[in-house]
Design a protein around this ligand. Structure first.
Ligand code: ADP
Ligand code: MG
Length: 277
């Protein structure tokens, strides 16, 4: 599969208001391939958002390189193309919605980049259908639930027809129902439309849905692998300020207490089955 994001020795140093240097990213090496669903987890301040912003060229490396489809994010002429390829969705849906009618909001992006009017209609309809919000096209965004608003924000990004969507804690401000809507929507976009997904979250149960999990800690890439691989390291995750999904934690506790459970239990179903066996 083709590489869409490639990061080599990516280092990012911020200078704070007192001129103190903060190394937010420290020598990250990473490749994300077209069509992958990658979750990024890590404690607060571990560098997740900074990494995400590099993928959309909102930041420039202090050292190392970030290539999006081979395009260097430090080259000014690449920025337009890079931002066509990689769309961003942020935490707060209210900050991302600009229009007073849902379909106008979704049309805002394509209008801005000069998509012909007839095509905008097609794109808006397709984007709203893809996030399950077609019935709300004429509604006022401020009357929607958090999950619905966030789906409209995702539709706004989809209308730009990106190859990759980077979502930075898109469910952090949502209730359980809203969170479920977003994860389901994003997974569907990945599986059915082949859109590459980078999904930052502090909900381990959401990260379980990904093909691969990247674990950040203190600006470094600490661990990566399938959910099974990563969540089998229950105690290493604790040390990074993270918790494995509940089933993996219970399995770990039961093993500690002497129960002979198989390795790699991460879902409730696997745990139930393993105990009953
Ligand atoms: P995360 O998203 O994992 O919480 P961030 O990428 O937001 O991590 O932050 C990584 C580190 O960089 C933290 O120590 C944070 O305080 C610092 N940081 C982030 N943004 C800035 C900024 N604009 N100026 C100075 N320091 C920053
Ligand atoms: Mg963050």
């Amino acid at each position: 599969m083709q590489t869409i994001i490639e990061v080599k020795n990516l280092t990012h140093v911020y200078t704070d208001s007192e001129n103190k240097e903060i190394k937010a990213l420290d020598g990250i090496n990473l490749e994300i391939r077209q069509g992958e669903f990658v979750a990024v987890i890590g404690a607060n301040g571990s560098g997740k958002s900074t990494l995400a912003r590099h993928f959309n060229a909102l930041q420039r490396p202090s050292e190392g390189v970030c290539l999006i489809e081979g395009m260097d994010t430090t080259v000014e002429e690449n920025l337009w193309d890079i931002r066509q390829h990689v769309g961003m969705v942020f935490q707060n849906p209210d900050n991302q919605i600009v229009a007073a009618i849902v379909e106008e909001d979704v049309a805002f992006g394509p209008e801005n980049i000069g998509v012909p009017t007839a095509e905008i209609r097609t794109r808006v309809d397709a984007a709203l259908a893809a996030v399950g919000m077609s019935d709300y096209a004429k509604h006022a965004p401020h009357l929607l639930s958090g999950g619905q608003k966030q789906r409209v924000a995702i539709a706004g990004v989809l209308a730009l027809e990106p190859k990759c969507i980077v979502l930075d804690e898109p469910t952090a401000m949502l209730d359980p129902q809203g969170r479920k809507e977003i994860v389901t929507t994003v997974k569907k976009l990945n599986r059915e439309k082949g859109i590459t997904v980078v999904y930052i979250t502090h909900y381990m149960e959401e990260a379980l849905q990904a093909d691969r999990i990247i674990v950040m800690g203190e600006g470094k890439l600490k661990m990566q692998g399938t959910p099974k691989e990563v969540f089998s390291h229950v105690r290493e995750l604790y040390a990074l300020g993270l918790e494995a999904p509940l089933a993996a934690k219970i399995a770990d506790d039961l093993r500690q207490s002497g129960l002979n459970l198989q390795q790699g239990i991460i879902t409730n179903e696997e745990l139930a089955e393993s105990i009953c066996r």
